[in-house]
Design a protein around this ligand. Structure first.
Ligand code: C5P
Length: 205
């Protein structure tokens, strides 16, 4: 069984994907982490994230980089969104995601293009979304807990920029698959969002 969970940053898709993996006893891959690793590697190389060759070189990052706490930084998220525009970077990361999706027994993957590109045959496709205000508020509280000195408005602006880049890129843009079930988490708490996701998957399989 393959479960695809797509959606914008801070929509709750990561939390939902993790909970689904636990509920259905499946392994989980956060594919954003792979793009974040490419963004981080470009930075470490002193490369230009908007340059296709620099970004592609960074796609052969060492596996050890996946444990780097800086992958979660807002700055790395911004770099990830820039390197993910290049088709060659997406191709370089394709096999790894595809192999995970098609492993025996199934898997849960979350990202932007799981239901459209990585696993179009997925048994259940969720598109998790929320208003930019709700997402910014969540991200703000998370960052404040981690002691980061950013304002709500800065986060909101950054999310808007990233949404625009993710939605308008030529290759694998952030759009719901035609057969995806949309879950809007704007006015749901964590448990309600998870319950809605489990119900949607059960209905689909
Ligand atoms: O989900 P997360 O915020 O970790 O993703 C970081 C960036 O990586 C996104 O803004 C998006 O541009 C890119 N990404 C992608 N395709 C995926 C996962 C993430 O393009 N499947």
């Amino acid at each position: 069984m393959i479960i695809a969970v797509d959606g914008p940053t801070a929509s709750g898709k990561g939390t939902i994907a993790k909970a689904l993996a636990q509920h259905f006893g499946l392994p989980h891959l956060d594919t954003g982490l792979l793009y974040r690793a490419v963004g981080r590697q470009v930075f470490l190389d002193g490369g230009d994230p908007d340059n296709g060759a620099d970004a592609l070189a960074a796609a052969s990052f060492p596996d050890s980089l996946l444990g780097d706490p800086h992958l979660r930084d807002e700055a790395t998220g911004g770099l990830a969104s820039r390197v993910s525009i290049h088709p060659a970077v997406r191709e370089a990361l394709f096999e790894r995601q595809r192999a995970f999706a098609t492993r025996d027994g199934g898997a849960v993957l979350d990202g932007r293009d799981i239901g459209t590109v990585i696993a179009p045959e997925a048994d259940a496709k969720l598109f998790v979304t929320a208003s930019v205000e709700a997402r910014a508020r969540r991200r703000f509280l998370e960052m404040r807990d981690r002691g980061a000195g950013v304002t709500l408005l800065e986060i909101q602006d950054d999310l808007r920029r990233r949404d625009e880049r993710d939605r308008n890129r030529a290759v694998a843009p952030l759009v719901p698959a035609e057969d995806a079930m949309v879950i809007d988490t704007s006015s749901l708490d964590r448990d309600e969002a998870i319950a809605a996701a489990i119900a949607a998957v059960e209905e689909a399989i």
